[in-house]
Write a protein that binds this ligand. Structure first.
Ligand SMILES: Nc1ncnc2c1ncn2[C@@H]1O[C@H](COP(=O)(O)OP(=O)(O)O)[C@@H](O)[C@H]1O
Ligand SMILES: [Mg+2]
Length: 250
């Protein structure tokens, strides 16, 4: 037990560590004394009610927000390839360029130092994995919602980040696209990427999580293996969340 973070796991090589992290914006404490260790293996899922602080937590990991106090360290996380990025972020609403599906992916590769001669093959592979090869020349904004999200994920993966951060990527997708996205995440994990995913979908969490971080009102109330968490969520707040109830602090 460390701070508010209860973890049953053993520290291993490759770890994102939060030590007593606070984040305040405009004088409001939004992340409150967060301490935890996220290991490089497996899929870590972040769950909690709307406004709990999940997206802020993800942005802190990515370095897009700086803690007001405390420390975040990344031990032994190095890009899989020297010329690639460390983090890729995918949001619930895909942010795409006004270009073709194919060009959305070539664009990031051209700006990530990949050898020019390798780009076309990498793009074709990425489109195949996202089941979008037949849409290569379609303007990205003409794709369906599910196809746009698969493209956003394919574009994030093609840079081979060491950590893939996903903020409710399947929240508005149909089951077929959700299944393709989950397959892409599993493949990313098998390729050595760390996957950290925010979701509201408890069934999805049960399906794919290795470990769960539960956040309530800016505090990490639990961090444990998924099976253990669903058997014993460890707090009335987490139990209420799993039961689909609003927790009322009496
Ligand atoms: N830039 C900001 N300025 C002020 N408050 C913010 C900002 N971003 C998020 N918040 C607040 O912080 C809390 C947590 O936000 P967020 O991490 O987006 O929640 P969620 O768990 O739904 O992803 C919410 O109350 C939200 O209104
Ligand atoms: Mg959010």
């Amino acid at each position: 037990m460390q701070g508010d973070c209860e973890t049953s796991m053993v520290k291993a090589d490759g770890c994102i560590e939060f030590k007593n992290v606070d984040l305040s914006i405009d004088g409001k404490l939004l992340i409150d004394n967060a301490s935890c260790q996220i290991f490089h293996q497996g899929k870590t899922l972040i769950i909690g009610a709307n406004g709990a602080g999940k997206s802020l937590f993800l942005r802190l990991i990515a370095g897009l927000l700086i803690p007001s106090s405390g420390e975040i360290s990344l031990d032994h996380f190095t890009p899989l390839k020297n010329d690639r990025y460390c983090f890729s972020l995918v949001f619930q609403k895909p942010v795409l360029l006004r270009r073709s599906t194919f060009e959305n992916i070539t664009y990031v590769l051209r700006h990530s130092g990949v050898d020019k001669s390798a780009i076309d093959d990498l793009v074709i592979g990425a489109l195949k994995a996202a089941r979008l090869e037949h849409r290569a020349q379609t303007p990205a904004h003409n794709l369906s919602g599910g196809e746009q999200q698969r493209l956003a994920l394919a574009r994030a993966l093609v840079t081979a980040p060491c950590v893939l951060l996903l903020d409710e990527p399947t929240a508005s997708l149909d089951p077929a696209s959700t299944s393709i996205v989950e397959d892409m995440m599993s493949k990313a994990e098998a390729d050595g990427m760390k996957v950290i995913l925010v979701t509201h979908d408890i069934k999805q969490a049960k399906r794919i999580a290795d470990d769960i971080i539960f956040i309530h009102e800016g505090k990490i109330l639990a961090h444990s293996g998924a099976k253990e968490f669903f058997k014993n969520p460890g707090s009335p707040q987490a139990q209420a969340y799993l039961d689909g109830k609003v927790f009322i602090d009496e």
